[in-house]
Design a protein. Structure first.
Ligand SMILES: NC(=O)c1ccc[n+]([C@@H]2O[C@H](COP(=O)([O-])OP(=O)(O)OC[C@H]3O[C@@H](n4cnc5c(N)ncnc54)[C@H](OP(=O)(O)O)[C@@H]3O)[C@@H](O)[C@H]2O)c1
Length: 322
């Protein structure tokens, strides 16, 4: 089978398209014919092995998985002896941030991982683009107790995490203000933001609004910068560790003090995230933001584009025709 392959950590140039052995399905696995995957920020970290902490999961000195890819949408073509709940012909999608070797024509995946049937009426492309960013966005909101009518500010609303987060917050009945670049402000309105801030023209930290939550889904601010935006018991969450890795420490120290708090989202429970997102896809409450699609042969360009930090939502990598 055709696959994107690398033997060491590095920039997109370490990737080559090669003929490799098709995986053999294990007893608790399903063999999936992959139609489409995404190139996302988690893939970029897994490709470069940076930040170094990711190597605890992906291999200390060299990548454990020669074939990258953290998500897929495709068709089940074979099931292992002990598998129930899936059958050949099923349309499925899945995600695992430590890697699923899905930048390949076939992948064999344990059914213990986060795999779901694609809801009727949802395309392979929509399904696969609803995994990575949405999972991290769900992990943001799992750190708080949302109430209808509360106000949230999402910095980086055009990103994969931000665009999913806006839709989730609207689903739970919050008022949402989101930041984005001039070119894509209309996208924020399309996905449900009540008000937009053009980050290229305005400093969102100087906004006059007061918010119950500030979610920085591109990790470009600090708790200190955002404190004046928060109500007395408001909560700040960022996708990044922050300067000097301050965010996890602030999350601990503010737990024991009165007033504004920091929470730090360590992504977990991927199956629960995909279960929720499947339900929202099914009932029309969630539609992923998709930027563009690259052919598998252009995998290096796809990674280079995502690494610019300028993609909006999700970037697809087409593996084969349906
Ligand atoms: N904790 C984790 O496990 C985890 C996992 C995945 C990702 N991440 C991190 O989460 C962050 C977001 O990932 P993502 O995939 O959602 O990002 P993304 O899709 O790459 O976000 C890019 C979008 O954000 C916009 N943007 C860039 N800088 C901005 C700023 N200062 N203010 C407002 N908007 C800005 C960009 O606009 P322009 O076109 O103007 O640049 C672009 O539309 C990244 O920092 C990533 O490293 C963390």
């Amino acid at each position: 089978m055709k696959a994107a392959v690398r033997s060491r950590y590095g920039l997109p140039e370490v990737l080559n398209i090669e003929e490799t052995e098709r995986p053999v399905v294990g007893d608790e696995e399903i063999l999936v014919k992959v139609f489409v995957t995404t190139v996302n920020r988690t893939d970029c970290a897994n490709l470069t092995g940076k930040p170094y902490v990711v190597r605890i999961f992906t291999g200390l000195t060299a990548p454990l998985n020669a074939i990258p890819g953290t998500d897929f949408a495709g068709e089940v073509i074979e099931i292992g002896k002990q598998v129930s709940g899936f059958k050949p012909g099923d349309r499925v999608f899945g995600f695992d941030d430590s890697g699923l070797s899905s930048m390949a024509e076939f992948t064999s995946v344990s059914v213990k991982k986060a795999i779901r049937l694609i809801p009727d009426g949802i395309s392979f492309e929509q399904a696969v683009a609803s995994a990575e960013g949405a999972h991290y966005a769900i992990n943001f909101i799992n750190k708080v107790k949302l109430h209808k009518g509360e106000r949230a500010l999402v910095n980086g609303g055009t990103g994969a995490i931000g665009s999913a987060l806006i839709q989730l917050l609207k689903y739970y009945g919050l008022k949402v203000v989101a930041t984005g670049p001039t070119e894509h402000l209309d996208k924020l309105t399309e996905i449900g933001a009540d008000r937009n801030i053009n980050y290229q023209k305005e400093d969102f930290t100087k906004d006059q609004g007061k918010f119950d939550y500030v979610f920085d889904s591109v990790g470009k601010s600090t708790f200190g910068d955002c404190k004046s935006l928060l109500v007395e018991d408001g909560i700040y969450i960022s996708s990044e560790l922050g300067p000097y890795s301050q965010n996890p420490f602030l999350a601990i120290s503010t737990t024991f003090s009165e007033g504004k708090k920091v929470r730090f989202p360590l992504p977990q429970n991927t199956p629960a995230s995909l279960e929720l997102i499947s339900r929202l896809l099914e009932n029309g409450h969630f539609r992923p933001l998709i930027d563009r699609s690259f052919e598998m042969e252009d995998v290096r360009h796809a990674f280079s584009y995502v690494m610019t930090g300028q993609k909006i939502g999700n970037v697809l990598l087409k593996i084969r025709d349906k």
